[in-house]
Design a protein around this ligand. Structure first.
Ligand SMILES: *Cc1c(COP(=O)(O)O)cnc(C)c1O
Ligand SMILES: [Zn+2]
Length: 411
């Protein structure tokens, strides 16, 4: 049994049944899953959660679909790593890295897709589809294979080689589109009405997909011993993850797993080459103006973010900040994390770490705070970005003399 009471429009509050609906018929506002929190509070305990699987499905009371055999590759419960060396470099105190690079297909997208396809299967869909900047493509193709569903994945044709290979390998249809992600997304919105029997995970089942991101907050709280951090730094593409991470902490307070006065500051990280939300924040305006992306952080390259406005409000309400970092800073961020903590992140992780560094330098993220930075994708997905900066220290002849000539570590 799930605890879903229905869907609710985020704008006008009208309610709908928990079906494959994503916009309000009345005002075109996005729909959000509504739960019976009192009923959840009556049953949920740390022990009940701890008795569940070591995946996102241990939090199924707070997820929009309950299934004893979810569409799952073992996603979630990823390490929360104390990052003292990185904290020292940044002048911070208690810093943690949520290491989502180790999910089954190497990114946080496994969380949202596992939830979306479990719900899609329950609703009777047999085809999984999506518009993707790369990581979603990997996750949809893999989870569809796991579920025995057909898949149709749409990507911008200029995607990183690794993300193409790690999608195509699962055997579904992979359609490369000459255009930006925003072009691909618009095409998929049109295709959704042409193919109502296909579950486009980030279009017609987006309402359920988005809920998967809450598990980041749930895991962080559990891994901190059922305490909230003071501040989380979250990468922003469509803005869904950031919005839902905040919602996740709020829900834990609502059902009694965190203190009722829990207030987590949330800050957003974007690439300077695609920073519509960070720009709106720094200009103090309410309108997120679409941009044409130009950044190596392709997984975050959404120029017209669907949840941008909500992410902006979430950051403002929580007292957080926004930062935008250029390509060189992104590469430095990747190296900094790898060098200090032994974690290899893709360009989106570089965006988070470089933004964290900026926000720490400007005093938005403070040394007296318990801080968590979300590192959401694996570095092997974007090795091109490091072509000039990650190479052998030296190339030598196979002789002792040759090594001695380059050795700088003594004996
Ligand atoms: C998709 C993605 C995000 C954020 O996605 P939202 O669209 O803002 O929810 C963050 N990091 C990585 C690596 C991603 O692939
Ligand atoms: Zn509405």
């Amino acid at each position: 049994m799930d605890f879903v009471s229905g869907l609710r429009c985020r704008e006008c509050g009208r309610t709908y049944p928990a079906e494959a609906l994503h916009v309000c018929d009345f005002c075109f506002g996005p729909l959000e899953v509504d739960y019976d929190y009192e009923a959840i509070a009556a049953v949920i305990t740390p022990e009940r959660i701890a008795a569940g699987p070591r995946t996102i499905w241990r939090y199924r009371d707070l997820l929009p679909v309950v299934d004893d055999a979810p569409v799952d590759l073992g996603t979630g419960f990823t390490p929360l790593v104390r990052a003292d060396r990185l904290a020292a470099e940044l002048g911070l105190g208690e810093l943690w890295i949520k290491n989502d690079t180790v999910n089954p297909t190497g990114s946080f997208k496994d969380r949202v897709v596992s939830v979306a396809l479990t719900k899609a299967r329950q609703l009777g869909f047999q085809v999984a589809a999506c518009a993707s900047t790369g990581n979603l493509a990997n996750a949809v193709a893999a989870h569809a294979a796991r579920a025995g569903m057909a898949s149709v994945v749409f990507i911008p044709a200029d995607l990183e080689r690794a993300k193409i290979v790690t999608t195509a390998v699962y055997g579904g249809r992979l359609i490369a589109v000459d255009g930006t992600y925003d072009d691909v997304n618009r095409l998929c919105a049109e295709l959704t009405s042409e193919h109502p029997a296909w579950a486009f995970v980030n279009v017609n089942v987006r309402t359920y997909y988005a809920e998967g991101s809450k598990t980041l907050a749930f895991e962080i709280a559990e891994q901190l011993g059922w305490q909230a951090p003071d501040h989380v730094v979250v990468p922003v593409a469509s803005g869904s993850q950031l919005t839902k991470v905040r919602k996740g902490f709020d829900e834990l307070a609502k059902v009694g797993l965190l203190a009722p006065d829990t207030a987590v500051r949330v800050s957003g990280a974007q690439a300077a080459g695609c920073s519509p939300v960070a720009t709106a924040f720094s200009e103090g305006v309410d309108i997120v103006r679409p941009v044409k992306p130009a950044t190596i952080a392709k997984s975050l390259a959404i120029g017209n973010p669907a949840d941008g406005w909500y992410a902006l409000q979430a950051v403002r309400e929580s007292g957080g900040g926004f930062g935008a970092v250029d390509d060189d800073e992104i590469i430095e961020g990747i190296h900094l994390l790898a060098r200090t903590e032994g974690i290899f992140a893709e360009t989106a992780g570089g965006v988070t770490i470089a933004t964290l560094a900026k926000l720490a330098a400007s005093g938005v993220v403070r040394p007296d705070e318990r801080v968590v930075a979300l590192v959401t994708g694996h570095g092997l997905k974007t090795v091109e970005a490091l072509a000039d900066t990650a190479n052998p220290t030296a190339t030598i002849a196979p002789t002792l003399e040759a090594f001695d000539a380059v050795n700088d570590l003594g004996s």
